[in-house]
Design a protein around this ligand. Sequence first.
Ligand code: AHR
Length: 322
Amino acid sequence: MKKRNVFLVALLVLTIIGGAVFAGGQQDAADEDRMMVVGYSQCDSQQAWRWAETESVQNEAKKRGIELKYNDAQAVQANQIAAVRSFIAQGVDGILLAPQVMTGFGPVLQEAKEAGIPVVLLDRLVAEDEDLYFTFIGSDFVWEGEEMGRIVAEQTGGKARIAELQGTPGADPTIDRKKGFENTIADYPEMEIILSQTGDFNRTKGKEVMEAFLKAEGENIDVVYCHNDDMAIGAIQAIKEYGKDPGKDILVYSIDGIKDAFQAMVDGDLNAVVECTPLLGPQGFDALEAAWAGEVLPKWVMSEDGTFLMEEAADLIGGRAY
Ligand code: AHR
């Protein structure tokens, strides 16, 4: 959107309501034709899901003629806070933040707010005051966990010893996918989580943790519930190396829906996937443009996700966008 339009809309809104927190785009006439600049702080780049999200944001920025400043925090929250601070210092027009964990972002979000820079949270929520960010765009992680619990219950007849590979400690999807899954299996007295540990949403770590699980309880695990596909791919490898057949001897379930997971379902190694879309670029920029126009969005713009079983994967894999 052109700066002049943003300014006029913002002025109108400010006149009517006497002030707006995230009116954004407080530009002067001198730079009205300059490109809008957005800082994008990605928490990690060691997962296929994150590559898809980054590509979605980069493509959308290009399409809209927006300059994108990208930073990969390499799974370190301090890097991410420093990146956001640097975006603020550079005077960006908006920030897309895919936060590593839920807590600890309060001060830097406050700094962005004081600088009049709207922040849109992409794919993960933070446990901070809602006034500190414009909106959150992402999936319902509790639903994902509950849905996965329902599928596992259905496919095991409500009887299973479960090993759980958790995501990054303190991250929204880790907390809620665990909670959702436990909500469902609470109704099944013969479903029990016998092992649970973090694999950090990472393929290599997922494999390592699964190896440890197999060493400890290899003959007692019926099901592996993975908080994301990357860890499931690692777990499948570990199960094969242990000498068991993933998808049959040990049932494997995960969340995300990346192409590798669909391939694993086609190969008979992964039993089902609950989707969590990373294609958030268009909605992220829609939200920033709404902020620049002085509009108000709900604090959560929820993504629409689906559920896919092994039997359907061969027909669907060709149409997967990530
Ligand atoms: O926040 C979304 C989750 O985080 C995805 O499931 C996962 O792959 C990512 O790291």
